[in-house]
Design a protein around this ligand. Structure first.
Ligand SMILES: *Cc1c(COP(=O)(O)O)cnc(C)c1O
Length: 604
């Protein structure tokens, strides 16, 4: 379903699938973004063009959701006048997608009798202004709880996966106060039964609204809750240099009993970020724990490798994915068998790149000779390094070009040890610096000495990701520490036997063990400037490539397989696959957060 944008959307999809695999009594709620998704086209100048895809409901595996007595469910939320629109209710129709055992309910505002502008509310994930954003989040949080009520579902635990859904706590509180509880009593119950996960230290990921907007969008809510306006605003008050705001993250933190970040390092950063909410606690006592992200193994594992795992990990290995001892079986895979698969997966990727590049050049009406030449693009036997992710600037996609001449020497070597790079990734359509990075990578890929050895593959999506994480030999990741809360693409690569060459940020700070890949730079170093940091990190990448990666990859034993390399590959699979599986992650959520939050509602 093309309703994701980047890592968090992919993670939520994997989360839902694993909840189904484990048989959790779990349901998901979100938006059915009919235009939530753009396809990326790169022009001849390297500009990113966003082409929005409209989901056709007839083709989507979604069906209307019904109440117990057979009525289609439509929920509504009151919104105040704006832009010529009167005070009104906005309606959202609820759809259901069944994901194995788990129902996913998605709301759509593109229905009668909503005004044109309200129909667009659920059209796109990011876009519009603050007023559109608050209205979206009201439909999600408040409408979401109303949808559950219409469905007759009474969850034992509510998981706010990122702050965008945090208005749900207000809707739950209203209901309880209406039924006779005081706000303090309601708050107590809501806290006990709510879990909140924060997903990024990047400020733009934490929505906050000025108080005048809250007054406008939640008139009388404090009266309904039987508290005063000040108490209402204090539920989410965050002081900014320009005045107080109503922060969705603060609301979620204050109204939930259990909170976590998505890696060990990210939880440390989060404890610092939110320490002010617990002024009597030291930073290490701030109650934000961590559950490191993982991936849904069978979604991301190449089928060619699955055949090998079936043979060497024992029967029913897919039921013991988080079992670290079981994965040691990977070390029994004979080198030549594993190497054959690695070569096939790399060749599949090279063929895919050639096919996609050919299609693009045909679209751009290039000369037939150029189109023909795509048949020889890249080398299916060369050491292949992949970099694919959202082009947010903190991920530093262009770091590898820091010393371009050294990069060219690495790529060409003495002619017998070729190295090549494949880049992919979308920038947020309004992120101009991110789009500049794409332009730079694109232009580099046409520069003498790099052309043919370094490719930007357009339209990064799940399909491209699957080819890349399976086909490359090394997965490169260069975030500015500690901005990468977790990251999951490197976990996908690791599962498929592609070791990580990465900054010790996010999950890799936990995953790296000295034998399963490489750590870029010195995590403890302090730099006077971003340039100094870039210089040190880029130099570290070049050194590791020159002295470790390339020699290991190209030292072949008598049968032609690189045994030293394959030792790293096996260690990568054996360590990354269990620890960073969605299976381990969901068990952690269930045992550490969900079950303790059920109170007396569930007994195990
Ligand atoms: C896994 C994945 C992501 C997230 O990867 P990061 O490591 O967090 O950058 C984003 N987009 C797609 C298509 C993915 O498959």
């Amino acid at each position: 379903m093309p309703i994701y944008s980047g890592g968090l959307g992919i993670l939520s999809g994997d989360h839902t699938k694993e909840a189904s695999d484990l048989g959790l009594p779990f349901i998901g709620i979100g938006f059915l973004y009919p235009q939530g998704y753009f396809r990326q086209k790169i022009t001849q100048n390297g500009d990113q063009e966003a082409v929005y895809v409209k989901v056709r409901f007839a083709e989507a595996p979604a069906e209307p959701a019904f109440t117990a007595d057979g009525k289609e469910i439509v929920v509504s939320v009151a919104l105040p006048a704006r832009n010529g629109l009167p005070d009104r209710r906005v309606y959202a129709k609820v759809y259901k997608i069944q994901i194995g055992n788990v129902p996913l309910y998605l709301m759509d505002t593109d229905i009668h009798p909503n005004a044109l502008e309200d129909r667009e509310l659920s059209a796109r994930l990011y876009g519009g202004d603050q007023e559109m954003r608050i209205a979206q989040e009201m439909v999600l949080g408040i409408g979401g709880v109303r949808a559950l009520r219409a469905l007759g579902i009474e969850p034992a635990v509510y998981h706010m996966n990122e702050g965008h859904s945090a208005f749900m706590v207000l809707e739950r509180a209203i209901d309880m106060v209406k039924n006779g509880l005081t706000f303090a009593e309601a708050q107590e119950i809501i806290r006990k039964s709510s879990v909140f996960t924060t997903h990024t230290p990047v400020p733009a990921g934490h929505d906050a609204f000025p108080f005048h907007m809250i007054d406008k969008y939640f008139p009388k809510w404090h009266e309904f809750l039987k508290i005063n306006r000040e108490e209402f605003l204090n539920l989410a008050r965050q002081e900014q240099s320009w005045g107080p705001t109503f922060s969705m993250t603060v609301l979620a933190l204050k109204m939930s009993g259990r909170h976590n970040g998505v890696s060990k390092l990210h939880s440390e950063v989060s404890r610092k970020m939110w320490n002010w909410l617990w002024p009597n606690k030291n930073v290490d006592e701030v109650p934000i724990s961590h559950i490191t992200n993982g991936i849904h193994t069978e979604t991301w594992l190449a089928s060619e490798l699955k055949v090998l795992f079936d043979e060497y990990l024992g029967k029913n290995w897919t039921r013991r994915i988080d079992d670290e001892a079981m994965w040691k079986g990977v070390h029994h895979i004979p080198d030549d068998k594993l190497w054959d698969i690695m070569n096939i997966l790399r060749k599949n990727l090279v063929d895919f790149v050639r096919m996609r590049t050919r299609q693009r050049l045909i679209r751009l009406r290039m000369h037939p000779n150029e189109i023909q030449a795509t048949a020889n693009l890249l080398n299916p036997n060369a050491l292949t390094i992949g970099f694919a992710r959202r082009f947010a600037t903190y991920k530093r996609a262009t770091l590898i070009f820091h010393d371009n001449e050294r990069l060219k020497r690495i790529i060409h070597g003495d002619g017998s040890r070729p190295v090549q790079f494949i880049f992919a990734g979308k920038a947020h359509p309004r992120d101009e610096p991110g789009k500049d990075f794409i332009r730079e990578v694109y232009h580099r890929s046409h520069e003498a000495g790099l052309a043919g050895h370094l490719i930007f593959l357009e339209d990064y999506d799940i399909n491209v990701a699957r080819y890349m994480v399976a086909g490359v030999d090394v997965w490169l990741n260069t975030p500015r520490r500690p901005m990468e809360a977790s990251g999951t693409s490197g976990q996908k690569a690791g599962l498929n036997g592609s070791p990580n060459l990465s900054i010790l940020d996010g999950w890799w700070a936990e995953g790296y063990n000295g034998k399963n890949g490489w750590a870029i730079g010195d995590p403890e170093a302090e730099y006077a400037s971003e340039y100094d940091q870039n210089h040190a990190d880029a130099s570290s990448i070049y050194e590791i490539l020159e002295n470790e990666v390339i020699p290991a990859f190209y030292s072949r034993d008598t049968k032609g397989a690189p045994s030293q390399w394959l030792k790293i590959v096996k260690e990568t699979i054996a360590t990354v696959a269990p620890q960073f599986s969605m299976s381990r992650m969901i068990k952690d959520y269930t045992n550490n957060l969900y079950i303790p939050s059920t109170g007396s509602r569930l007994s195990y």
